[in-house]
Design a protein around this ligand. Structure first.
Ligand SMILES: Cc1cc2nc3c(=O)[nH]c(=O)nc-3n(C[C@H](O)[C@H](O)[C@H](O)COP(=O)(O)OP(=O)(O)OC[C@H]3O[C@@H](n4cnc5c(N)ncnc54)[C@H](O)[C@@H]3O)c2cc1C
Ligand SMILES: NC(=O)Cc1c[nH]c2ccccc12
Length: 435
């Protein structure tokens, strides 16, 4: 390719959607991607002994997802609702969960009366004080930490109010065959329109002036263009100099870095365990707690959340640890995490880690907080998010543009749809600046 007009950093959902928009508008585009694969926080894998496509990152569709649905249609990918029973284990007691939180109506009522936004932890101490509400405070905090990967001391109460008013996680369809299919399709479209996607290219430095950028990468490679779209994950933009993943800006953009620090970005550890059989379906000599038709399992175990692939009968259990609890394990080895996961499962199913190990066919631990190209899983709103997003979505001198799930200001920040939508918006702004 002759020199590109536009460089895009990152071949995730935001970067690839933007690249398609720009190449199809006739622009010369070069996408630089650090990893040896496309997709970023979408990673559908089939290796390592699993019996089918398995999601290491994004897995579910959240709410209205117009752009995602268009891509599902274009690729002929059907979507399956999850189905089955939700169980709960607390203090060693197994039950089927009727409702997530009995006091949800009361919680929502207080949230809707709240005149001014504040972090969740502050809201709970102020509006639900004392011993009487101890259980409520702890359940609500665990939910925000465990689902939104948020720190309760920072996450916006208004954002949670809006999320919970919409019914939360009840419907969780999945693309059959995985999200990876959509990203592979986008990459094909980009290449068909003349765009280039270059893998294993780690951007280390962005030097810029109005109308010109030089991007310095590993192996002393340099690329130049008139405009740059940065889709680096928020965690990478938050990384300080001399920490893994850091990308230098020359000259620096202090107001942008401050905005980046204002937004929340939480870690997730996902543990995929495939077994010889779905041993949880019936009670046996080895398994004290059977959970027939298990879909979701919520608990007080150190790895608290688990799910199956129902309606797909594959004997795969996915463990999920997020927020401050995942933060504590950022530096832990995968083997340590696997051990914790197996001992959590032993408690939950009233069995032994040895029994579980003997049943294990394939395993994978993905510690997103420890990944230098992500440094976390997804963004959450803080009290000052809106202003910060306004700063970050304003192009710098019509030369530097930013996109990514964290910059999407609609109701589903932190999702694949948010990333697609933010990529599309940034591409359109960029095109307008070229007109
Ligand atoms: C465990 C997990 C579960 C999730 N579950 C869901 C879910 O169920 N549903 C949902 O909708 N969303 C989910 N999400 C969120 C969703 O995956 C993200 O919001 C979305 O994929 C982000 O896309 P993006 O393009 O903004 O960022 P990314 O996908 O992170 O793309 C950025 C790209 O930049 C690259 N990069 C980083 N550093 C450099 C560098 N120095 N040089 C060059 N390239 C670099 C990265 O490798 C990456 O490919 C989940 C995320 C995680 C981690
Ligand atoms: N299991 C999930 O879908 C987690 C998730 C991804 N992005 C989010 C945004 C908000 C809340 C949860 C999520």
């Amino acid at each position: 390719m002759t020199d590109p007009e536009i460089i895009i950093i990152g071949a995730g959902a935001a970067g690839l959607l933007a690249a398609r928009e720009l190449t199809q508008a006739g622009r010369r585009v070069l996408v630089l991607e650090a990893r040896n694969r496309i997709g970023g926080r979408i990673h559908t894998f089939s290796d390592g002994g699993v019996s089918g496509p398995t999601e290491a990152g994004a897995e579910f569709l959240h709410g209205e997802v117009a752009l995602t649905r268009q891509l599902l249609e274009a690729t002929g990918t059907p979507c399956h609702d999850t189905e089955g029973l939700t169980y709960e284990v607390r203090h060693g007691q197994l039950s089927t969960a009727e409702t997530f939180l009995e006091d949800m109506p009361l919680l929502l009522e207080k949230l809707h009366q709240l005149p001014q936004d504040m972090p969740l932890a502050e809201f709970l101490t102020q509006y639900f004080p004392g011993n009487q509400y101890q259980e409520l405070r702890s359940m609500v905090t665990s939910f925000a930490e465990g689902y939104d990967a948020a720190d309760a001391r920072r996450v916006s109460s208004f954002a949670l109010r809006d999320e919970w008013s919409e019914g939360g996680a009840e419907d969780s369809p999945r693309p059959q065959g995985g999200y990876g299919l959509l990203l592979a399709y986008l990459a094909r479209e980009v290449e068909a329109a003349g765009g280039q996607i270059q893998l294993s290219t780690v951007v280390e430095q962005i030097s810029w002036r109005r109308g010109h950028v030089t991007v310095g990468c590993n192996q002393d490679r340099r690329y130049q263009a008139a405009k740059l779209l940065v889709t680096l994950p928020l965690g990478v933009l938050q990384a300080e100099a001399d920490t893994p993943g850091h990308v230098a800006l020359v000259p620096e953009l202090p107001a942008y870095r401050r905005a980046v620090a204002t937004l929340g970005f939480g870690p997730v550890i996902k543990i995929m365990l495939e077994f010889g059989t779905a041993f949880w379906e019936q009670e046996s000599a080895a398994v004290g707690h059977a959970m027939p038709e298990l879909e979701f399992l919520f608990s007080d175990a150190p790895v608290p959340t688990w799910w199956t692939q129902r309606p797909d009968p594959r004997p795969l259990l996915t463990g999920w640890l997020a927020g401050p609890a995942a933060d504590l394990l950022r530096a832990a080895s995968d083997e340590e995490i696997l051990e914790q996961a197996l001992s959590a499962l032993a408690y939950l199913f009233a069995t032994s880690p040895e029994f579980l190990r003997a049943q294990l066919v394939a395993q994978r631990v993905v510690n997103w907080g420890a990944d230098p190209q992500a440094r976390g899983a997804y963004a959450y709103a803080t009290v000052d998010s809106e202003q910060a997003q306004q700063v970050l979505t304003t192009p710098v001198e019509d030369t530097l543009f930013f996109a990514g799930e964290a910059l999407y200001s609609g109701p589903a920040m932190g999702t694949v749809e948010a990333a697609f939508s933010s990529g599309q918006q940034a591409a359109r702004r960029l095109l307008a600046s070229l007109a």
